[in-house]
Design a protein around this ligand. Structure first.
Ligand code: IPE
Ligand code: IPE
Ligand code: MG
Length: 235
């Protein structure tokens, strides 16, 4: 069909630049994180409107524990606030909320909230909204390998790609088609390491709190013009 626009099945965003957004305005970094969380509410709605089936966001990495204690505590409070206050809205959009990352180190009450939110939205089918918190791509691959070993310690046959894939955190979620990173850094910072093998990338200098509808449409427009070959030849 002539006008049919190619949209990603799985869109992933690395939410970067909250700190720089705040600095530009002479505000504390936490105000940047607050603005970032606020922007997420809007983005879930827009992404759903565009018909994207899986939407994942990188909100806190396994390396982000290295930040000052106060900043980490502030971020945890925002996650708490976000889940409590926004889960109804997320559900009413028809979105299933999922969390992705290691469960260690996170405060118990946040883990409980996460479980509750996943359960509360488990029957929603329009979109999966995946919040990656305490996520690291290396940790995910290591956890998958260790799971395989634990399941079959005496195994002598080689592990297949499918088996390893099936032990990642969200085996039912397709690999990201498009990964957007805001705020100008040209790196993955340990996001979706295994899953990004054939992802398309889009980088913008705009800080995450300023990434709006127009920016999203620009990124999707750009993606629609890409040709994906997966190592093969032009179709
Ligand atoms: C992204 O914003 C949010 C997290 C990584 C938690 P940053 O806090 O990394 O913002 P910059 O990169 O310092 O501007
Ligand atoms: C990547 O951003 C992680 C998240 C957005 C959650 P960082 O700001 O932590 O990454 P680096 O340190 O610039 O690579
Ligand atoms: Mg950053």
């Amino acid at each position: 069909m002539a006008d049919e626009k190619k949209i990603p099945t799985h869109l992933a965003i690395i939410l970067d630049g909250n700190g720089r957004w705040a600095k530009k305005r002479n505000l504390p970094r936490l105000m940047g994180h607050r603005a970032g969380i606020k922007n997420l509410e809007n983005m879930v709605r827009l992404v759903k409107r565009e018909g994207i089936r899986y939407f994942s966001v990188y909100a806190f990495s396994t390396e982000n524990w290295n930040r000052p204690k106060l900043e980490v505590a502030g971020l945890m409070s925002f996650f708490r606030f976000y889940i409590r206050r926004k889960i109804k809205e997320i559900k009413s959009e028809g979105a299933r909320m999922r969390f992705c990352g290691r469960k260690d180190r996170l405060p118990d009450d946040i883990l409980e909230l996460m479980n509750w939110a996943e359960d509360y939205t488990k029957d929603e089918k329009i979109m999966d909204f995946i919040l990656c918190v305490n996520y690291g791509g290396r940790a995910e691959i290591l956890d998958a390998v260790n799971k395989l070993i634990a399941e079959n310690p005496d195994r002598k046959t080689p592990v297949t790609e499918e088996e390893l894939r099936s032990c990642l955190y969200l085996p039912d979620v397709p690999d990201p088609d498009l990964i957007i990173r805001t705020s100008g850094e040209l790196r993955l910072s340990n996001f979706w390491l295994w899953e990004s093998a054939y992802s398309e990338y889009y980088f913008t200098d705009v800080h995450w709190p300023d990434f709006d509808e127009a920016e999203l449409m620009r990124a999707l427009e750009n993606y629609a013009g890409r040709e994906r070959r997966y190592g093969g030849l032009k179709s």
